[in-house]
Design a protein around this ligand. Sequence first.
Ligand SMILES: Nc1ncnc2c1ncn2[C@@H]1O[C@H](COP(=O)(O)OP(=O)(O)OP(=O)(O)O)[C@@H](O)[C@H]1O
Length: 286
Amino acid sequence: MTDTPLLAVRDLRASFPGPEGPIEVVHGVDLELARGEKVALVGESGSGKSVTARAVLRLDAGATLTGRIELDGTDLLTLPPRRMREIRGSGVGLVFQDPLASLNPVMTIGWQITQPLVIRGVSKKVARRRGVELLSRLGVRDAERRFDDYPHQFSGGMRQRVVIAIAIIAEPALLIADEPTTALDVRVQAQVLRLLHELADERDMAVLLITHDLGIVAGFAERVVVMRHGLAVESGPVEEIYARPRHPYTRALLAAVPRIGGDLSRPLATIGSAVETAEEGTVSPS
Ligand SMILES: Nc1ncnc2c1ncn2[C@@H]1O[C@H](COP(=O)(O)OP(=O)(O)OP(=O)(O)O)[C@@H](O)[C@H]1O
């Protein structure tokens, strides 16, 4: 084990072409993940979470990225495309919100799960055994038989387990999971996150979980980074952020998390208005 973080993002800026020149949407974000560490990147829609996460793998072809993104000490922003493709498959796994968009409708579940191993030279037989094992670990019953099914034969929750299996079967050191459970119902969400947490621990895999939902973060991540308007406005251990949020925006995010046993009949404060009110309180009158 070294002191070098597994992932170190330094002063990341991302811009997209606009009608009157580049529009910067991420304004200098720093982010670090140690090996095996689980970090949640939270913030409301449009705050730059996905752009930041996708930048790690340089997935947005139209984005101009500056700063440094070091994976195990190598700056990914300087790598040639061929090396980037290798990293996408084996060094870093990816799960997005919409499992259907990530799956090929005309290939079997099993083919898709085993591909990352087969293209790395693992025999089909061994790949199948490991794939079936992983799928059943992820809570798919009768995984051996279901291996030959097609995506449309799986429910949404089951498909997302397949997508997770594809992302982690080659044992990446880092998994980026962008709203991986948002499309699922609350009970399935909790189950999938718990399994992902267990598997990450077993494999010493770091996870960057992107979510707008602070409610699911507490049981999953050790550390939280809060983003707003393209900036990381606060970060720290989960317990600290929950107990002593410093930024008004973090306080507003927390206030919007429904508590179990809390008064759910009360309408939730909208984040925007709560922050504006909180921030107004901190601005000195001119
Ligand atoms: N390909 C793109 N071209 C131009 N602008 C983009 C592109 N992708 C994202 N943006 C802009 O960048 C900003 C940040 O978007 P991003 O998707 O990172 O937000 P987010 O915090 O992940 O929100 P959500 O939770 O809705 O995914 C937004 O203003 C968005 O419109």
